[in-house]
Design a protein around this ligand. Structure first.
Ligand code: SAM
Length: 209
């Protein structure tokens, strides 16, 4: 996926990244070979940092693919991690289970298959972090579903909110319109404090008051 930064800046940022362990490196390679849009190592580090800084344990992911972002979260949250993963594709769930096993985080993760935006209804309580990484036209609906389930002081973290720069042009498709509406909603919300980090494809980090 093309990022929003100059290619040479992307390359420089990548050159700074420490090598990942074999599990993450293998997932990155697998995803690259098959065009699976995982969050990548620079944003993975951002997820780790947000989870660690906020002391998050209970995390819900809308859109988990093969488990890459969940492994970053699980490692940040440690033994108390309780990560709920979702994806519409059972083949992704199967691969994710293998990746969790290899990463030693299986006991911290529950993977549900189906419609991610609705699967949060099958859980109880509130979450410390909700990651939104589903189809982009669903972002406004995903945000509406997430807010009541986020604890006070919790974070909703959303990937691809700059959508390769398409947000700065007249929208031509429902995905771009979904992201534009999502970005408008978070900045208009009286209960959210959002910051968009222009890393890779843009990550919105919003704290709920
Ligand atoms: C961008 S990938 C997730 C990547 C993952 N968060 C990571 O960084 O490792 C999006 C995934 O969400 C799934 N997906 C998209 N919209 C969905 C929906 N409404 N319900 C369930 N799964 C969905 C797709 O099958 C895809 O695997």
């Amino acid at each position: 996926m093309p990022g929003i930064l100059e290619p040479q800046v992307e390359k420089y940022l990548s050159s700074l990244l420490p090598e990942r362990d074999a599990v993450l490196a293998d997932i990155e390679k697998y995803a690259k070979e098959r065009d699976i849009p995982i969050i990548g190592p620079d944003c993975g580090r951002l997820l780790w940092l947000m989870a660690r800084l906020s002391g998050a344990n209970r995390i819900f992911e809308m859109g988990s693919a093969i488990g890459y972002s969940a492994i970053w979260f699980a490692r940040a949250a440690g033994p108390a991690a309780e990560i709920y993963c979702t994806d519409g594709d059972p083949a992704n769930a199967e691969l994710a289970h293998k990746n969790f096993e290899r990463a030693g985080v299986s006991k911290n993760i529950r993977f549900m298959t189906g419609e991610a935006v609705d699967l949060i209804d099958a859980t109880d309580g509130t979450f410390d972090i909700i990651l939104i990484d589903v189809y982009k036209h669903q972002y406004p609906a995903a945000l509406k579903k997430s807010l009541p389930r986020l604890k006070s002081g919790g974070l909703v973290i959303t990937d691809n909110v700059l959508w390769s720069g398409r947000v700065a042009q007249p929208p031509k498709d429902d995905n771009t319109r979904g992201i534009l509406e999502f970005n408008r909603m978070v900045y208009a919300s009286p209960e959210l404090f959002p910051v968009i980090v222009p890393l890779r494809d843009g990550v919105a980090i919003c704290r709920k008051s």
